[in-house]
Design a binder for this molecule. Structure first.
Ligand SMILES: C[S@@+](CC[C@H](N)C(=O)[O-])C[C@H]1O[C@@H](n2cnc3c(N)ncnc32)[C@H](O)[C@@H]1O
Length: 293
């Protein structure tokens, strides 16, 4: 069965369907999960709503923290990912503590007002056009005293930093070809692109406008920081895609380059990786927590 685009990415395209990449990336995303959960201050018995749950990274982490009397609501727009969460909850024998809701973050009407203790979400708002409405929904479903804990990359921070190549590798000797490849990733103008058209100050503003108090934001910016690569094998890296809406690197090369140009780029990257080239990242991230008064 063909999965929806969100499920395809979370379950396969994110790591090129490669188990070694999955193992290497797991501690990185696990650290994001743990910080979101720590900041949510979950206690046994809590009802936790994880919005845009994906394959349940944060949701199942929350399940381990709520104890036998707590409950988790896994919500997502992707039927494929909700089915994956359902399978895992069933396999773990914990289905009775779980509910699955197919809904967009900005319209959670299936979840009654003042019905949950905690709302978590990680790397989801970047895909939501109506972010302010999503914050209003998070506020509505929380009971008074309930906590919100979110993590989002602030992708606009690095969007104009075109100095580095794929995976933060130096591709300056083939800069003209790199510019063509980037074309596959910049088809939506930044102002209309929900992944790029907001920053950490917007997150604060939307949280305040929704009515939250006790708002705390942890912002981190990294510029040109050496960054471990998920693989040193270009044949593996080319099958990965940087986000659910983007082509894989292989697809991007096919879309934007002539066959001879493609060979040149692939030969350059294969050699750079084999020779131990280092990737560098320029990124910004934000954790926000808040309380419904
Ligand atoms: C980058 S994944 C993150 C998944 C998960 N939160 C995690 O931490 O692994 C983005 C998730 O957001 C979901 N998503 C995309 N647009 C959404 C929307 N408008 N409302 C709710 N979920 C959405 C996707 O289906 C996908 O599961």
């Amino acid at each position: 069965m063909q999965q929806d685009q969100w499920a395809q990415w979370v379950l396969r395209r994110r790591d090129g369907d490669n188990p070694d990449v999955r193992v290497r990336v797991a501690p990185v995303i696990g650290a994001y999960r743990d910080k979101v959960l720590d900041r949510a201050a979950i206690v046994p018995g809590d009802v936790v709503l994880d919005v845009g749950t994906g394959d349940g990274l944060v949701g199942f982490g929350a399940l381990d923290r709520v104890g036998p009397t707590g409950r988790i609501i896994f919500s997502d727009i992707s039927p494929g990912l909700l089915a994956e969460c359902w399978r895992r909850a069933t396999a773990d024998g914990r289905l009775d503590q779980c509910r699955f809701v197919q809904a967009p973050a900005d319209d959670l009407r299936q979840i009654p007002g003042r019905s949950v203790d905690v709302v978590t979400t990680r790397s989801v708002l970047i895909y939501v056009h109506r972010k302010e409405a999503a914050f209003a929904e998070f506020f509505r479903v929380l009971r008074p005293g309930g906590r919100l804990s979110i993590f989002e990359p602030i992708n606009g921070f690095a969007a104009s930093d075109a100095r580095r190549g794929l995976f933060g590798l130096d591709m300056s000797p083939i800069a003209d070809l790199l510019a063509k490849v980037w074309g596959a990733y910049t088809s939506v103008p930044a102002a209309q692109n929900p992944m790029l058209n907001f920053d950490e100050r917007d997150l604060l503003r939307w949280a305040r406008a929704a009515g939250f108090t006790g708002i705390e934001l942890d912002y981190r910016a990294e510029v040109e920081v050496p960054s471990p690569l998920p693989s040193r094998d270009w044949a593996v890296l080319r099958k990965t895609a940087p986000n659910p809406l983007a082509p894989t690197y292989e697809e991007a090369l096919n879309q934007t380059l002539e066959p001879a140009e493609r060979e040149q780029v692939e030969a350059y990257l294969s050699a750079a990786l084999a020779n131990g080239a280092t990737g560098h990242r320029t990124i910004a991230t934000a954790y926000l927590k808040a309380v419904r008064p």
